[in-house]
Design a protein around this ligand. Structure first.
Ligand code: AMP
Ligand code: FE
Ligand code: FE
Ligand code: ZN
Length: 280
């Protein structure tokens, strides 16, 4: 019998730079007819337990994940860790360190902006970020509120983009470290939205380092990318994942419902986890 179940394995919540709470994400998933969703906040796992609870009520399976940022050839590359042991206190303390560095970095960016006569308050940025990983989207929102820009996109273009003078990099780990952390916490490492990078340069080194999957389906991927990344997945025996990368409207047009990943891909992900960590 045909399996009509679908998942969206890449969703952000208020615990990083998404606009929806974990519970809202689960309710939206239910409305949209998804069977499973992956909560994949930047450097945070805080929303996962809450989403799982809501998911149990509504019959939505919630897959734990975390989106790690690492530095490769001077560029920010995102690696998703799926099915990781999100309740492990050592993971939480590692992520706490990363989050504290993000606050220091926000302070530096705000300082740089102030030198340009752009005045926003760290307190407001932290308030916008609630208790989540603080990032440039929160700074962008503060810039919007103060009338310095009229869209989030404009804030990135004018003030806080990669090439702007106020830009400060995050605490970046190497891809080796990201893969080690994911493995230490029994997760499956997957390269997020490869179209965001010079992918022909980074995919093969990452495969050598032990990446196990590739996010083939993402709203930014064209038909060409989907075919290209699928071929690579086939050739190198990588898992295939996909998701909307929904930020609830904070990041352009990425919304839940954009990507409907057939459920068998999630089954393969789970099989991989069993094979690697439960068969010992
Ligand atoms: P950070 O991790 O603080 O460097 O911020 C990166 C995040 O900002 C990404 O994960 C996106 O959610 C968001 N972002 C990056 N570029 C843009 C852009 N041009 N417009 C809106 N959001 C963006
Ligand atoms: Fe983001
Ligand atoms: Fe990302
Ligand atoms: Zn993301």
């Amino acid at each position: 019998m045909e399996d009509y179940r679908y998942c969206d394995l890449h969703i952000h919540t208020i615990f990083s730079d998404g606009l929806y709470s974990p519970e809202e994400v689960v309710r939206k998933a239910k409305e949209l007819g998804f069977s499973a969703i992956g909560i994949a906040d930047h450097d945070a796992v805080t929303g996962i337990g809450k989403a799982i609870k809501e998911g149990e009520k509504l019959g939505i399976e919630v897959i734990p994940a975390c989106e790690f940022s690492c530095l490769m050839e001077d560029k920010d590359v995102h690696i998703l860790g799926y099915l990781l042991d999100y309740q492990n206190p050592s993971l939480e303390s590692f992520l706490k360190k990363v989050q504290d560095k993000r606050i220091e970095r926000a302070e530096k960016i705000i300082g740089n902006l102030s030198k340009q006569g752009i005045k926003i308050k760290l307190e407001r940025v932290l308030e916008i970020a609630k208790n989540g990983s603080v990032g440039r989207p929160h700074i962008a929102q503060a810039l919007l509120e103060e009338g310095y820009v009229s869209t989030i996109e404009e804030a990135f273009m004018k003030f806080i983009g990669y090439h702007s003078p106020a830009y400060v990099p995050k605490m970046e780990i190497s891809p080796e470290e990201a893969l080690k952390i994911i493995r230490d916490f029994k997760g499956i490492p997957v390269l997020a939205h490869p179209v965001s990078y010079d992918f022909e340069k980074i995919i093969f080194p990452l495969i050598k380092l032990g990446i196990l999957g590739i996010e083939v389906y993402h709203p930014d991927h064209t038909e060409y990318h989907i075919n290209y990344f699928s071929e690579i997945a086939k050739k190198y025996n990588l898992l295939i994942t996909g998701g909307s990368d929904c930020h609830g409207g904070r990041k352009g047009k990425l919304f839940m419902g954009e990507i409907k990943l057939p459920y068998f891909h999630l089954e393969r992900l789970k099989e991989k986890k069993k094979q690697l960590f439960l068969d010992i």
